[in-house]
Design a binder for this molecule. Sequence first.
Ligand code: URP
Ligand code: ZN
Ligand code: ZN
Length: 464
Amino acid sequence: MRTLIKNGTVATASDLYRADVLLEGEKISLIGIDLATMVGQVDRTVDATGKYVIPGGIDPHTHMDMPFGGTRSADDFETGTRAAAFGGTTCIVDFAIQPQKGALRAGLDEWHKNAEGKACTDYAFHMIVRDVNKESLAEMDTLVKNEGVTSFKLFTAYPGVFLVDDASIFRAMQKTGENGGLICMHAENGPVIDVLVEQALARGETAPKYHALTRPSRLEGEATNRVIALAEVAHVPVYIVHLSAKEALAEVREARDRGVAAYAETCPQYLFLSYDNYEEPGFDGAKYVMSPPLRPKGNEESLWAGLKLDDLALVSTDHCPFCMKEQKELGLGNFAKIPNGAPGVETRMALLWDGGVRAGRIDINRFVQITSTAPAKLFGMFPKKGTIAPGADADVVVWDPDKEIRWSAKTHHMRVDYNPYEGRLTRGAPTHVFSRGNLLVENGQWVGKTGGGRFVKRSARAVK
Ligand code: URP
Ligand code: ZN
Ligand code: ZN
């Protein structure tokens, strides 16, 4: 299959120029001016006049089909990656989970089973380590060397579920420092949060907003400081996931200013929503119950500054949807039982274009960097993914800078019964989404193949 995308403006993390792009088979084969006369017969021509040609989005933080909070995240690999593609994302990195008292291998096998033949876009896995012992430490090496799973997430949050103690975190960090992988940290002080939760419930404070009020920013800052210190001593690069609070950002910035290999992502919900959403009527605040929680208005300004200065390397989604009906409702009368997580895999690119590029907060190159190139580089997929270049995978999006979307649960493609941005209008959306040369989405219609996504083995020692 040969596709010629003509008359567009190619945007990468570093360049912006008018050119045609030829996709041949699964790869980008040629970039140049007036290719039509030179390349002869093609199977498809897309006129990208007035549009940008950008690398497909890479979302390095999703949870498809994830057992959590007494239920399972509502999108599986089929519905979640299809929704991702509608939003311009052509690769996700999902979190496989070590079963309690089980082997990393068992968790990895389970995630492969969940994704294979279902995913509509390419996908990769991080591994969540919840039991650090001799066997799992040895398995970490195997995953990096043989399985293309080169990043590990550990938690200082969720006691009894995912939390591991500092000594275990440190051992896993040392091991990862040796094998060339990357440590991802969920940094909140879980044990202290549990005390605050217990005290709030004892006072009869059961509404969704108390989820946020029992997870203060200071405890995200404290845990971020601690895990960066541990990583420094262990000589391993560390990546803070879903950073929400300016206190945590200050810790990342301080470390980076000293030359420490500390990286962080934030998510659209921390840029575009705030604590005020928890004050929505009735039980609606449950839509926004996620960890870390949304922060008070004004906090987002620090995050935008962090994105500008690269103290925040990229924007992922932490896509972890639970329906209001039957899932979030598990926490009616007790906020601590509301499953933690929110949808976002489809909305990320449009929100960042509209609220970032159009609003003058970031330029187009930075948009490409934080949605595609930085995730590809940090997580060992560059230059196969994350750029427009000859030889790269033809994961290509034709992006209309003016196309409007009015977001609604009635029309979005994520399998969840609410949208955190219900009614919001964004400008800027994909018209064509290619995954390894295969057209998945054309002018808002699904034209792709279900299950065409492939597992991506990632490289170690990839941090920039
Ligand atoms: O609330 C969240 N973030 N749910 C997903 C699990 C996690 O901690 O990333
Ligand atoms: Zn987390
Ligand atoms: Zn997450």
